[in-house]
Structures are given as C-alpha cells and as structure tokens.
Design a protein around this ligand. Structure first.
Ligand SMILES: C[S@@+](CC[C@H](N)C(=O)[O-])C[C@H]1O[C@@H](n2cnc3c(N)ncnc32)[C@H](O)[C@@H]1O
Length: 288
C-alpha cells in the first residue's frame, strides 16, 4: 500500500528518487554500499543497537542498512525501512529475500507526510536519507512521534561540498562545459541541506530531540569502489552533482567533461583506486 503523495511537499524528490536518481543509485548500489558503508557503520555504532530492539531506517534506499540493523537487533527485534522510492524499495525487498532476513520490513512512505504505521520504535537510523525533506522539522517531528519516550536517533549527513572532494572534484571539472547550476538556498532539500551543524541542532531540538551530538567523520573514499581510473571516471560523471549537471548533455559536451574529469581524478589515482576525501556529520540525539 502506498502512502506517498506525489503532489505533496516532496514531489520533486519523489520524482527524482523514482526516476534517474533512484536508477543510478540502483546501478551503483554495490559500489555505494562499499563507499558510504563506513558512514552508516559509524552512526550505527553510536546508536549502540541492542538485541530485541525495533529499528526504523529512514530513507533506506536499497536496504543494506535495514538488513544490518535487523542483524544487530536479532530475531527478537525488527527493522523497518521506509522510503519514497518504489524502485529502490523493490531492490531492497530482493536483497532482504536473498539474505533470508525474516525480521526486515519495508514500507513505501514519505517520512514527512505519511502516517507511519507503527509508533513503537526504539531507534531511528539513517545513512544519508534525511537531507531531502521540504520541511525538516515536520519530518523529524514525525520520526520523534513514532519513537518510544527516550528513543534514540542516529544518522549520517554530508558536510559542505568543499569538504567532499569525492563529489566536488568532478563538479568543478564539468562546470566549464554546462549551464551554471541555479542558485539554491544552502538549506534547500538536497545532499548538503544539513551541512551546517547549527542547523542540525536547531532542526532536531525544534522536532523534540535532546542530547544532540554532532561529530565530524572524515574517512577517504575510493571513488566507485574500483581500482580502475576509467571506471572511477564513469562513476564520477554519473553520480552526484556532476551527474545532475550533465543530464541531457550532448555527446560533444560529455566527451569534453569526461576528459576534464579524468584529468581531475588522475592525480588521486594509486594502487587502491582514486582515493579522495569525504566529510560527514555523525549525529545522535534522543527524544526529549
Ligand atoms: C542518498 S539516498 C540514501 C539511501 C540509503 N539510505 C543508503 O545509504 O544507501 C537518499 C534516500 O532517501 C530517500 N528519501 C528522500 N526523501 C525521503 C522522504 N521524505 N521519506 C522517505 N525517504 C526519503 C530517497 O528515496 C533515497 O532512497
């Protein structure tokens, strides 16, 4: 049963994650799980997940973290992944079936607008799934509402793009060949909407959370989770802000952008692959 209103406040995100955004994520799912895995692991570790707990995975995407939460809560617990993307949830269902995970459930829901059906979660978790809300306080209040009194939240969100060369290098490289991106407010829904730690604290406290901790986490990333420079270039051209800027570009533009991205990434290429910096916030809080 769908609870997602395609005309609601998050209509642009619903279209994106059910369209090209979701399709690219599915295509690179295995690489992404390797690349952003440590950020989810760091947030999950801070949550100190206990056996028997019931966990909510917000913006669960293709489900790897929901399955990991299910493993950590054990057979007496449950993990529920919610997402606005039907195509990513379909992949998540497949992965969970393959993993024979019996305590994992998925729900097609917009965390901001949907009446989430359970209201007895011990923990809410997200790996980069909480930056896309049109009205973050409404969304985080909805999450607080379904948590037990003193329930915990833990999530990873990106620091600003200039601290994330794994996304920024390609974007800078393609900019000379495309129309400049439309100026957007820093807090507009998107990967960097929670880049300012003061905003994170404000949004969470207005949503009913307390004991808010925002810690930096800055591991390097192997771009595309591959040793191969050309594969890393392909990944860099498709995913993230560079991929968005190049959508609908003609062959000539793509050729120039490919050469520029290759030149930008080559100096970072070594035995492990293209190794570049990344920076996220690992945030924890509890329902106040
Ligand atoms: C960057 S992806 C992260 C996916 C997944 N957590 C992972 O780490 O692989 C962001 C996810 O948030 C989901 N999302 C965005 N807005 C949402 C909303 N309002 N309610 C539920 N999910 C949402 C998207 O559909 C997408 O799957």
């Amino acid at each position: 049963m769908t609870q997602v209103d395609p005309e609601g406040p998050n209509s642009d995100q619903i279209e994106f994650w059910n369209g090209d955004g979701g399709r690219k994520f599915i295509k690179y799912q295995h690489a992404l799980d390797v690349m952003i895995g440590p950020f989810g692991d760091a947030a999950m570790a801070k949550l100190e997940v206990q056996q028997g707990e019931v966990a909510l995975d917000v913006g669960c995407g293709c489900g790897a973290t929901t399955i990991e939460l299910a493993r950590q809560v054990g057979s007496r617990g449950e993990a529920v992944g919610v997402d606005i993307s039907e195509i990513m949830l379909a992949r998540a269902e497949d992965v969970a079936a393959h993993a024979e995970a019996t305590n994992v459930f998925f729900e097609h829901a917009d965390v901001e607008t949907s009446p989430l059906h359970r209201d007895s979660f011990d923990i809410a978790f997200s790996r980069f799934g909480v930056m896309f809300f049109q009205n973050p306080v409404t969304a985080f209040s909805n999450i607080a509402r379904v948590l037990h009194d003193k329930g915990r939240i833990g999530f990873a969100c990106w620091q600003p793009i200039d601290k994330n060369p794994w996304l920024g290098l390609q974007m800078q490289a393609v900019l000379p060949f495309v129309d400049p991106p439309e100026p957007m407010p820093a807090d507009a829904p998107g990967p960097f909407s929670l880049a300012d730690p003061d905003r994170i604290r404000q949004v969470l406290s207005e949503s009913g959370f307390t004991d808010i901790n925002v810690d930096g986490f800055t591991p390097d990333i192997i771009l595309g989770a591959t040793h191969d420079l050309d594969d890393a270039v392909d990944f860099g051209l498709e995913m993230g802000p560079a991929g968005t800027l190049l959508e609908g570009a003609d062959d000539g533009t793509i050729a120039k952008a490919t050469a520029a991205v290759r030149s930008a990434l080559a100096p970072h290429h070594g035995a492990e692959g293209v190794k570049v910096g990344a920076a996220a916030w690992i945030v924890t809080a509890r329902r106040g």
